[in-house]
Design a protein around this ligand. Structure first.
Ligand SMILES: NC(=O)c1ccc[n+]([C@@H]2O[C@H](COP(=O)([O-])OP(=O)(O)OC[C@H]3O[C@@H](n4cnc5c(N)ncnc54)[C@H](OP(=O)(O)O)[C@@H]3O)[C@@H](O)[C@H]2O)c1
Length: 387
């Protein structure tokens, strides 16, 4: 029985993780849950899964939850300290990270230091501090298992293979909602258009990242860090059907791929169940005669400059991925608030990256400082009306 700390339980990945846990009651037990603002759903989850501890962002909401959960024996904590406590909860052996953004980094480090195996959907910490996380994981002897469907696919293709047998990793992308629109039309897209992803139902931040292809830029960095591969051996291939979740080409020309219906419960279950492969318990199965045709194309790097910015940040290295990520978080937030247009997103990120003086071989403080710096520079650009 695996004992799970679930960090970000009320979001898209969090809710799907609880569905997987519920479908295998003999395999998993929830010992802590953490959420941001959605106190109603957290309360419902706490009553159903009976964890030892829950965490919510605000103190007032924590007080309210405490009174509603009186006499259940469930402890309620709050804020960043609470998040760290929920991540390193003594009776958990596995921590699942499904919060959004760089804010997941400190809790993730706390979980590794307390010896938990890590299943992560929250890619941003791996983008900004992947090398540091790998070193810590090796030191504490914990496993790092990806939930992102592309990285789960690559992880599965690479099992039992030697690193020098790999020629390249090919990450697939559905292409997002604007694959077929012209650069001119892209200037007019609204928040509503950008939130309308053709294949996946996800949180707002990753949905916008998928529309700009920054999600793929972040995933290229995530893959380079996770699989310890040079970034130029990682390629992106547009595959609108989203059935082939990624591929690996080996030096003899063989390609291996992982295929499944586009449902995040599959990679979530693979990560939390690892090394066991569990039954999909009634999920619809892939019928290739129904799909019939696969399509592939190269990504349009001119129309979607965010993908190129991802490669550039990783080639530059040091603190640049942290700057890319922070500027992107700010740009996505500004776009969602209607303050900048869709095509401004890459321009604003690039402007911040150009101003950055890179710190080589950064420690945690350098990374956090670069993250703060990039957010400030982004805001300074906005306050003087830069567009
Ligand atoms: N969704 C997908 O299919 C998918 C696929 C691959 C990778 N990912 C990655 O997985 C991560 C989560 O994505 P998502 O789509 O699940 O996002 P989401 O639906 O927006 O969920 C984010 C979760 O984080 C919680 N949260 C936010 N701020 C918090 C804080 N300060 N303290 C504690 N919890 C906090 C939210 O709580 P409240 O809702 O209560 O505020 C929510 O539970 C992202 O890094 C994304 O890139 C997602």
């Amino acid at each position: 029985m695996k004992k799970i700390a679930l960090i970000g339980s009320t979001g898209s990945i969090g809710v799907n993780t609880l569905k997987v846990i519920e479908s295998h009651p003999d395999k998993f037990r929830v010992v802590s849950l953490a959420a941001g603002k959605n106190a109603d759903l957290l309360l419902e989850q706490a009553r159903k899964f009976k964890p030892a501890l829950i965490c919510i962002r605000d103190r007032e909401q924590a007080a309210l939850l405490k009174s509603k959960l009186a006499r259940t024996g469930i402890r309620v904590v709050w804020g960043e300290e609470g998040l760290i406590e929920a991540s390193s909860c003594a009776n958990a052996d596995t921590a699942v990270f499904s919060v959004v953004g760089a804010q997941g980094l400190r809790p993730l480090i706390a979980a590794i230091k307390s010896g938990k195996n890590i299943c992560f959907a929250n890619k941003e910490p791996f983008v900004i501090a992947g090398e540091l996380i790998n070193r810590l994981a090796a030191k504490h002897g914990v496993k790092i298992l990806p939930i992102d469907s592309e990285h789960s696919a690559v992880f599965q293709c690479l099992e039992g293979k030697k690193k020098d047998e790999i020629r390249r990793i090919i990450l697939t992308s559905s292409g997002g909602p604007f694959r077929a629109v012209t650069s001119r039309e892209l200037r007019k897209v609204t928040v509503r258009d950008a939130l309308n992803h053709p294949r996946w139902k996800m949180g707002k931040k990753i949905t916008i990242d998928s529309a700009t292809l920054m999600n793929k830029g972040l995933e290229v960095i995530e893959a380079a860090n996770l699989f310890n591969m040079p970034v130029d051996k990682i390629e992106v291939l547009i595959h609108p059907e989203a059935i082939i979740h990624s591929l690996v080409e080996f030096i003899d020309g063989s390609h291996m791929a992982q295929l499944a219906i586009p449902d995040m419960r599959i990679p979530i279950q693979y990560a939390i169940g690892y090394p066991e492969r569990l039954d999909s318990n009634g999920l619809p199965r892939l019928d290739l005669t129904h799909v019939r045709r696969f399509h592939f194309e190269k990504p349009d790097m001119e129309k979607f400059p965010c993908l190129g910015l991802g490669y550039e940040a990783k080639r530059t290295g040091g603190t640049m991925p942290a700057v890319l990520n922070a500027a992107n978080e700010m740009a996505v937030g500004s776009f969602l608030e209607g303050k900048i247009s869709f095509v401004d997103i890459p321009l604003r990120i690039e402007r911040v990256m150009k101003k950055h003086r890179v710190v080589r071989k950064p420690g945690l403080e350098d990374i956090l400082e670069s993250d703060r710096w990039a957010r400030e520079v982004f805001n300074a650009g906005r306050s003087v009306g830069c567009r």
